[in-house]
Every structure is written in structure tokens, then in C-alpha cells.
Design a protein around this ligand. Sequence first.
Ligand SMILES: [Zn+2]
Length: 330
Amino acid sequence: MSAAYPWLDAAWQRLLATRRRPAQALLLAGPRGVGKGVLARAWAQALLCEAAVADGACGACPACHWFETGGHPDFLHVGLQEKTSKEGETRLATAIEVDQARAAVDFVQLSTYRAGHRVVLVDPADSLNVAAANALLKVLEEPPLNTVFVLVSDQPRRLLPTIRSRCTRIDIGLPPAAEAAAWLEAQGVDDVDTLLALSGGAPLDALQWTDGDELEVRQGVLEGLAQPARLDAVTQGERWKGVSPVTWHNVVSKWLGDLLGVRLGGSAQFNRDFAAALAKLGPQASLPRLLALAREQADAGRTLTHPLNRALQLQAWLVRYRHVFEEDKR
Ligand SMILES: [Zn+2]
């Protein structure tokens, strides 16, 4: 197997060159949507593969089979867990907790099942809370034999400096715009420029927008949000309650980000196709209210399922959104 995406090729070759003596603590850092997670998994599989070929894992041995079906006993992914609230709403946790880190520490103390490498993938590593990071730090300082930690991070500055300094770091940047555009075109994507802007230049994020009806949903939501004075919270809340929470979060976060950018004197970074509407709307926004709404959106964590009261929740949000643009009555 070669690198999954052409822009990962240099990093992949760099990793392969270390296969005999892999870094025991590796940090793959770079913006989201460039395939760091895919690269990390390919590397884990290459290390665990029992019939490795020149460009990675063989894809056919028992180890590859277990890895690909999620059951390799010498592989552990430490990530964000799903949590279900009393209201039946499933969210991704916002942090990796200390008990998960302790489980990883226990895992690496065991002997390996297959007498080869043992790989712990920590993704997203910047979500380790302080206690979890400290628990992990001890094994990162002195990893047991044949143990490889692969940390993946969009925001490496959020990692404890002591963790960062233990890791061999490989930075995965955004591909040049022309390369990203060519790749997307080769995937059969239309309107590559809008999608790349929407995704901050990250090709895999751009590709995700073409899944299902996401773009259409975005168009409808943004047309509504672009005219807050005419936004009827009750009607729109009902209409949009079926929008997947992940799509909603994506669309709204970027919209609020653009509004903030414009309000602060910049221009629309993500929604360039709505630049005119944003330019008109941004200056009308109350900065404190917009900041509060944007911050809340960022902190909310990703909701994965529809809560029972989704329409109500949206209606409450829309009322607040509209309030961002309303002048205070005296
Ligand atoms: Zn294999």
C-alpha cells in the first residue's frame, strides 16, 4: 500500500524509512482534513503486518485482516468516547479522560499477542485532559519494548510541552491549492473552489461536503441565516430539525466564524459564495452576543444523534441568533 493521498507521500516515505526502528512516540501534526488519521492507521498497520511489503502493509496476512476488521489485539485506539445523555442525545466527549489513558498504560505493560509491535494510536491527542496527559507521559518517557505511540493532533500547541518534546514530530501541511483542486476534480467534484474555501483548503474536508445532500442543506440554512430579521424561529426550527447535527454544527460554526471575521474588519474565509450577504450582515452584529454564540458553538462538542427536542433546541438557538442583529430597545 502506498500513501492513501498524493500529498501524504513524502511523509509516508519518511515513515517507511524508519520501519526497522520506528519512533516510539510519533506525533503527526497538521490541519484537519488532510488525512493524518488515515496516515496514522496505515503506519500502525504497516508495523503490525506480518508480511510487510516495500510500500507498507500487505493487506492479506492475518494481522492485516484483524487490523482492518478492528480486532488486532496489539492495537489500541485512544479517542473521544460517545456519551449519551439522559435526554437520549449522543455526543462525542470533549476530552480523553484519565481512565482511558490508564487503560492504555495497562495495555502496553502486557506482553504482545503476536510477538511483534504494539501500537497505541492517540487521536485526537490535543483532547487529552491534563490528568490523562500526565498518566500517558510516564509511558511516553520510557515506552516498553516494541511499543509505538502514534499521536495525531490538529492543534499540537494544546499538547503538554512535555508530551510534545517526547515525540518525533512529522508535520502534514495543506497541499498546495492547485494540487488539492486537481485531486478533487479527479474525484469528480464540481465547484472545487467553493468547497476548498469552505474547508480551509483541506481536501478531505472538501470531499466530505459532497456526501449526500450536505451542500443543499447548507445552502438552505445559510439563505435563512443570511436574513435574520425575516427568520421565523418556530417555522425554521421545525424545518431544520431533520438536518443532521453534525452538518448543522459544521455549517453554523463556519457561518459564525465568517460573521466574526467580517465584524472584526476582515472578509469571509469559508463561505465565499455568501460573501456579499456576510459583508452586509457582519457590521450589524453585536460583538459580545456574536462572540458568546460562537464560543458556545465551539465548546458544544459534536452532537451525533438527534435529541428528542431538536426543534425546540433549534428554535431557542435561532431566537438568540436573531438577537445578535437586533438593536437594544430602550
Ligand atoms: Zn499484512
